[in-house]
Write a protein that binds this ligand. Structure first.
Ligand SMILES: C[S@@+](CC[C@H](N)C(=O)[O-])C[C@H]1O[C@@H](n2cnc3c(N)ncnc32)[C@H](O)[C@@H]1O
Length: 245
């Protein structure tokens, strides 16, 4: 859609860089075609109740926690790394509008950006940018904060590391990075035994986050400056990172 790359159509200040069309990473074509790439994927999965079901009823709690961590009013520039099914981006944009700020949303799949555009109100202060999270075109220190919601478990290790390094690069020193994703459930959580095989079958890189702390893939400057919160018997985590100087 034209307004994904044409900033002139919005009343919000355009980013000062030109995004290039990104090619589809192999892991999306190979493992996530059914969820994001296939033309029918959006029709099937763009249902908040379905995403909530996949998250065992935790979508509202996890998205509200991330939004509250970012703030009720968001001045300046906010980056959302990758589209999310459901109303998370709409809520993020409402908070940016309340603070006089804007949200840039990057995603590597045009179909996902088109779907997001169709969900957002026309006056949402949003720029939709076709871009790979592992190779962001923005200048260093462009954003006041960033949100990475359930992206990292989908990425192979080297892409996950690049994504975190790029997010840390484009967020200003002292800016906030909020990451929400899977984690290793506690020993007593029955989902440790039920959900593990499902993830192993459908999401081949997700169990990395059960085996290692997310800090393993963070750039060294961010490692000592974070808070972790666990949800749902440890199956989900939220990391709040104060970006390094
Ligand atoms: C944020 S993740 C998962 C979100 C979550 N399962 C949901 O929708 O509720 C899904 C998105 O990540 C995007 N994505 C995956 N790898 C990417 C990459 N390297 N760069 C940018 N976007 C990427 C996919 O195109 C998809 O739109």
């Amino acid at each position: 859609m034209s307004d994904i790359v044409s900033f002139e159509q919005t009343p919000w200040p355009a980013p000062s860089f030109a995004p290039l069309p990104a090619s589809v990473p192999y892991y999306l074509s190979a493992h996530y075609w059914w969820a994001y790439v296939h033309p029918r994927a959006v029709q099937v999965f763009e249902r908040q109740w379905l995403v909530n079901l996949i998250l065992w009823g935790n979508y509202p709690r996890l998205s509200e926690s991330a939004l509250d961590e970012l703030g009720d009013e968001l001045p300046g520039a906010t980056l959302q790394v990758a589209c999310v099914y459901g109303d998370l981006t709409e809520q993020l944009c409402a908070r940016a509008a309340a603070g006089g700020g804007r949200v840039d949303i990057v995603d590597v799949l045009p179909i996902q950006l088109q779907n997001l555009r169709s969900k957002l109100p026309p006056d949402a202060p949003a720029h939709l940018l076709p871009m790979n999270s592992a190779d962001l075109a923005m200048p260093t220190g462009s954003y006041d904060r960033a949100l990475v919601f359930f992206l990292l478990h989908e990425q192979p290790r080297h892409v996950r590391e690049r994504t975190l390094a790029e997010v840390a690069r484009v967020v200003k020193p002292g800016g906030k990075i909020v990451v929400v994703d899977y984690a290793r459930p506690r020993w007593w959580n029955p989902l440790r035994y039920l959900w593990g095989p499902v993830l192993a079958l459908l999401e081949p890189f997700a169990l990395d986050l059960w085996r290692q702390e997310l800090t393993a893939w963070l750039p060294p400057a961010c490692r000592g400056r974070l808070r972790k919160r666990s949800f749902f018997g440890g199956l989900y985590q939220q990391l709040v990172i104060a970006n390094g100087e």
